[in-house]
Unconditional design. Sequence first.
Length: 450
Amino acid sequence: MSEKNNNSARALAFFVLQDVFGDMAYANIAMSKRLNEAALSPVDRRFATELVYGTIKACATLDWMLGHYIKKPLNQTDPLVVNILRLGMYQLQFLDKVPPSAAVNEAVNLAKKYAHPGVSGFVNAVLRSVIREPERIRYPNIEKDPVRGIALRECHPEWLVRRWLKQIGPEETLALCRFNNSQPPLSLRTNTLKQSRDELLAKLLAANAEAELSTLAPEGIVCRRLGDEPLQFIRLGLCQAQDESSMLVAHVVAPQPGETVIDACAAPGGKSTHLATLMQNRGRILAVDIHAHKIQLIEDNQRRLGLSIIEAKQMDATQLHQTMAEQADRVLVDAPCSGLGVLRRRPDARWRKEDSLQGLPPLQKAILASAAQCVKPGGVLVYSTCTLEPAENEAIVSGFLAENPRFVLDETGSYLPTPRTEKMITLWPQRDGTDGFFIARMVRKAEGEK
């Protein structure tokens, strides 16, 4: 919708829902655009954000709930009206601090202002029925129907719950879904070329942030609550926003000063700049990405952090070997993936991933095959993703090793800051308390080595 009268938190939330469900916009992009256009107080901005992300995460559950109070199917109802009802239902069912009367009245006002005549009465009747007859909503029993029981209670698609039940069982699936619904903290990676982690933590605490040292990454700081001017330290190049699990990848690559390193899918440059920091800004990093508009992001991050050894270049990673054959001491392939490990950070992603799963493994195989040809004898090849899907993780690595006997699987876990025993590492959110991530480190045999 082109309407820009976002003069209230609920109106802004309504327009973002229209953007996301009507125009297939990404939630974070649509939210940022609408907030920039609106004149809302900090309190209203936070409320609008909660309404948008909460309603999107719970949309399938909200639709199921509404089905108990509306006779005709929702897909036969005006989508604009459906979004107004979703907003109202979300407040009634998930936000204890919002008075039910306020949720209903504001939904009616949205209907009067933006829907066709007569709709406001329908919206009022539906939501007041929800208040009067809450007993109509009865969740399926998890023990008898674990797929629907978990999916509806924890706001996840049934296909994904079904997959995880087979992988990790009901208890861990429930815990994983709940983790995905939690509020992610801001994780910061200290720019150790400019100061120590303890020095950065002291500055954050002095700025009234609620922050603590990461237990997973030696450069990491986890901010549960941002303080005064929370972005000032990022702007000054003292740190980089990056999740703890993502910080572990550079340690597994373990680059040394003076080496040549390739980051095959580099934008926006978080891992590239981490590699450069570990190399003490000495050597060469070729950071490539297929998208031309993302190259600037890598260059901006390098400049802000005071680095100089990263060469950002637009390139198709499946063609790396054509210009970089056997030229790199270490190559990182942080492959494009389904992102099933980072759902708490992307509220709309859980509803958009199923169709992408089939097409990703062939691309991941092609990128890894090309990147491997760039590794010098005796060099290192690291493959990582932010998904939990075995077809994108273990299956890719195992298939590659079967077809490339020159490479052997290393003890990946031994390179973590806190060593683990696994040869291939999967960080599970509900177990490790961080984004889901997969890392495998491989070594190319030296010349003459059998």
